[in-house]
Ligand binder design. Structure first.
Ligand SMILES: [Zn+2]
Length: 216
C-alpha cells in the first residue's frame, strides 16, 4: 500500500488487540488504518450522535478557547472565517463572531448545505475533524481552495509521536471513527503539495498554516 499523502511505500503493522491493520509512511509520517475497516456514512453518524456537545458546557467552551488562544495571535485580522466540520454545534463560530470575525460553519453530517459556491475565507478552522477523514489529502486541497491568497488554515488533531511502540498504546486510535493520524511533518508535506507553509505548531495537536509561499 502506498501512502495516501505522499505516494511513497508504507510499512504495515497489526494491532493485536483489535486486529486492525495500520500503514505507516516513514517519509511523511502519516499513519492510516486499513481502508477495509472504514465505516460507512450511517455508522459514522450513529457514533457522532453519541457525542454530547452542549454549547453551554463550560469545559467545551474552554476547549475551543484554548484552540483560539493558540490560533488567533498567528493569523492577523481575519474578516471572514469558516468552521469546517463543526459537528452539531456552531459554538466555535459563535466564539469567533465574539472576536469580531464573521464565521460560517459547515459539517457534512449536521450542516451539509451551508457552503457557498466560490466563497473564499481569510481563515478556516477545523478541530477534531482530520482524524476522521477517508481522504484527508483531497479535503486539505478543498479547504485550501476556499482560502483567500495568504489566508490561514488552523487544524486541531492529536499528533502521533512517530514511535510505533508508543502508538500501539495510544488511546487516540481506539475510537473507531479515528482512522488517519498525522504529525507536523505530514502537514508540511501537504503544505508543499498545495502551495502553503507552516506558520506554527505546538508539536502536540494544533497547527496553523498559510496559503502562499513562505516569502510571498
Ligand atoms: Zn507519506
Amino acid at each position: 500500500m502506498n501512502c495516501h499523502i505522499c505516494s511513497q511505500s508504507t510499512s504495515k503493522f497489526v494491532d493485536k488487540k483489535t486486529n486492525i491493520t495500520y500503514y505507516h509512511c516513514k517519509s511523511c509520517e502519516y499513519i492510516f488504518k486499513s481502508p477495509l475497516g472504514y465505516q460507512d456514512f450511517d455508522a459514522q453518524k450513529e457514533r457522532y450522535n453519541l457525542h454530547e456537545n452542549n454549547d453551554e458546557d463550560m469545559h467545551y467552551q474552554a476547549y475551543f478557547q484554548r484552540f483560539l488562544d493558540f490560533t488567533l495571535p498567528l493569523v492577523g485580522t481575519p474578516k471572514c472565517a469558516l468552521d469546517f466540520g463543526c459537528g452539531r454545534t456552531s459554538l466555535l463560530a459563535t466564539l469567533l463572531e465574539k472576536q469580531g470575525v464573521s464565521c460560517d460553519y459547515y459539517d457534512p453530517i449536521y450542516h451539509p448545505y451551508t457552503l457557498e459556491q466560490g466563497k473564499k475565507y481569510d481563515l478556516i478552522v477545523s478541530t477534531e475533524v482530520f482524524e476522521h477523514l477517508h481522504q484527508p489529502k483531497e479535503v486539505f486541497a478543498d479547504v485550501v481552495a476556499r482560502l483567500n491568497e495568504c489566508g490561514y488554515l488552523a487544524i486541531q488533531t492529536q499528533f502521533h509521536t512517530n514511535d510505533l511502540t508508543q502508538f500501539k498504546t495510544w488511546y487516540y486510535h481506539r475510537d473507531t471513527t479515528h482512522i488517519v493520524f498525522f504529525t507536523s511533518k505530514t502537514f508540511e508535506v501537504l503544505c508543499r503539495q498545495y502551495g502553503c507553509h507552516i506558520v506554527e505548531h505546538n508539536a502536540k495537536n494544533m497547527i496553523v498554516m498559510q496559503k502562499g509561499k513562505i516569502d510571498a
